[in-house]
Design a protein around this ligand. Structure first.
Ligand SMILES: [Ca+2]
Length: 300
């Protein structure tokens, strides 16, 4: 009896020590444009930057790595990324104001980009967050795009990894196309969406896509590798290396297949909007979207 009790206590202690050990505290310097405070303590716990989940090798047979951001610099590399700053709602009545503040996007641990959505009133919006793009800094036609990310869940959050046309040569959205490498809406916490948008201007726009569900936990409990292989007349979507969606130029007929021009990458964490709807009382903030890397390959 006593031995059992003692063993139980010992296990408890071990568990507590392990929990303490697996957390790390990071101090960040805030930009003065959004906050009075100059530093912020962020505790990274098991559900955030623990480097769990699927991993892929950087080298892939048949593909040549031509662009990468591993997010191992002390700050977001502005030679690669633009911060979009606005409260436009992304065309979907989203609730966030996107800032360029280090409160909303930063690198951490020499490993990750973090996009952080905060519940706060700011310039008429109820939340702040970040949306980064590579427009005119890195634009591609065709390639393989691998993004390793851990994204938040719960009602009203809408993380997205996607591409828009740089020059809009076939007209306004969605005539020039949109490639959604990954989207998730928080009330479907296991579901990854891969989609193309094309066709006529709203409200006669078209889209085609498919989904895949994570087999363990939800999308926030582990890193996943979201990939698109974009070739002339065909786009394929992969989740942790598993092909789950293929779209060909013949699938969009009689609409134009606009995916033969330069597109750029966008990473953002939207809050609310017409698709997910607003957060509810159970949605906790802040929300974190972690990106380990963006790797772009050219087919050999
Ligand atoms: Ca990294």
């Amino acid at each position: 009896m006593y031995l059992k009790k003692y063993t139980g206590l010992f296990c408890l202690l071990l568990t507590a020590l392990f929990a303490l050990n697996s957390c790390s505290t990071v101090t960040m310097v805030e930009q003065p444009d959004l906050y009075q405070s100059t530093t912020e303590q962020v505790t990274l716990d098991n559900t955030s930057t623990t480097d769990n989940g699927f991993k892929e090798a950087a080298k892939k047979p048949g593909w040549d790595l031509m662009w990468t951001d591993e997010f191992n610099e002390a700050q977001v590399d502005t030679t690669k990324w633009n911060h979009e700053v606005n409260g436009d709602g992304g065309g979907n009545n989203e609730l966030q104001y996107y800032t360029k503040s280090k409160a909303n996007s930063y690198t951490v641990g020499g490993k990750y980009l973090v996009i952080k959505a905060i519940k706060q009133n700011y310039k008429g919006k109820f939340y702040t967050s970040a949306r980064l793009n590579t427009k005119k800094k890195a634009d591609w036609t065709y390639g393989r795009f691998d993004i390793r990310a851990k994204t938040p869940v719960q009602q009203g959050v809408w993380p997205a990894i996607w591409m828009l046309p740089t020059d809009w040569v076939y007209g306004t959205w969605p005539q020039s196309g949109e490639i959604d490498i990954m989207e998730s809406i928080g009330h479907q916490p296991k579901t990854c969406y891969g989609t193309i948008h094309f066709g006529q201007p709203w409200p006669n726009n078209s889209h085609l896509g498919d989904t895949i569900e994570t087999k363990e936990g939800d999308l926030s409990t582990a890193f996943h590798v979201y990939s698109v292989e974009w070739e002339p007349n065909e786009i394929r979507w992969y989740f942790d290396g598993e092909l789950y969606n293929t779209k060909k130029n013949t699938d969009v007929s009689p609409q134009r297949w606009p995916f033969d021009q330069s597109f750029h990458m966008i990473l953002n964490l939207a809050i609310g909007g017409e698709w997910p709807g607003p957060p509810d009382e159970a949605t906790t903030f802040p929300k974190y979207m972690f990106v380990d890397y963006v790797r772009v390959y050219k087919k050999l």
